[in-house]
Design a binder for this molecule. Structure first.
Ligand code: ADP
Ligand code: MG
Length: 260
């Protein structure tokens, strides 16, 4: 939480008339009887960096998983880059092409090398020639500073290294949006910074990002907007400056007093 972030890429950025890439309108979801998302409204512009925070169980993972249909919502609409997420499998496939996701527990294939983890989907899903897929993968592995480990297996790497591979693997699919679900929560403290630095690099390159994280240093220096969720609702969303210095709701103040 107190992790130092090496750079502060920007002050408040504005997106006047920017191009909208995500729009959630009145989204509701239930797990059986349990109302997990309550009337979620959210729009994100291309290139925006959003940090999502809130207490455990507040629906953060469920919300971002709905954005690539790892979970389905029951009411309201979700439109990603002009494509509405419904039961239409073609649309789901189109959206998944555009949205990369990085999880808390990396989810690498243990029996494949780092390079094979990165080339599997480009070769089998995108039908890229192997040499081309490998060249692209090596470029992304360089970018996350792990190219020298390309022929190792995930189990031979540290948690921080595995998470950087997971980011490179996502980038190999050329996503327009990256979703991160607590990407540093499972890491030993000394490895948090190497992963955050990769995420900062992505932000600087203009990637649209939604990050569920408790790294408030990252939120302060990288986010354009911080979204606070509690009990399935978006309670507050604001610039980091406002969010941290002048929280509007009692629930936000309570949350901040517990984590800062
Ligand atoms: P967060 O990521 O903010 O911790 P989640 O989105 O994971 O919250 O979960 C929100 C709530 O929904 C929690 O109460 C959790 O127990 C519940 N939940 C999550 N996934 C499921 C599921 N597959 N079935 C039933 N309940 C679930
Ligand atoms: Mg979660």
């Amino acid at each position: 939480m107190s992790q130092a972030v090496s750079q502060a890429p920007n002050q408040t950025r504005h997106f006047p008339g920017g191009e909208e890439i995500i729009r959630c309108t009145g989204v509701n979801k239930w797990y059986g009887e349990f109302h997990v998302l309550k009337n979620v409204n959210l729009t994100v512009q291309k290139g925006e960096r959003i940090v999502v925070c809130g207490p455990s169980g507040s629906g953060k993972s469920t919300m971002i998983r709905c954005l690539n249909r790892l979970e389905e919502h029951q009411k309201g609409t979700i439109v990603i880059d002009g494509i509405e997420l419904t039961n239409n499998l073609k649309n789901i496939e189109l959206v998944r092409r555009e949205v990369g996701m990085v999880f808390q527990h990396f989810n690498l294939f243990p029996h494949l090398t780092v390079l094979e983890n990165c080339t599997l989907a480009p070769i089998w899903v995108r039908k890229k020639p192997k040499a081309e897929a490998e060249e692209m993968a090596m470029n992304y592995l360089k970018r996350v500073r792990i190219a020298e480990q390309a022929h190792k297996y995930p189990g031979q790497l540290s948690g921080g290294q595995q998470q950087r591979v997971a980011i490179a693997r996502s980038l190999c699919m050329n996503p327009k949006i990256m979703l991160f679900d607590e990407p540093t929560s499972a890491l030993d403290p000394e490895m948090v910074k190497e992963v955050l630095d990769v995420m900062i690099g992505l932000a600087e390159d203009g990637m649209t990002m939604l990050c569920v994280t408790h790294e408030m240093g990252f939120a302060k220096s990288v986010a354009d907007r911080v979204i606070f969720m509690d009990r399935g609702e978006i309670v507050e969303q604001d610039t980091p400056e406002e969010f941290f210095s002048n929280p509007k709701s009692e629930r936000t103040r309570l949350f901040l007093s517990q984590i800062l």
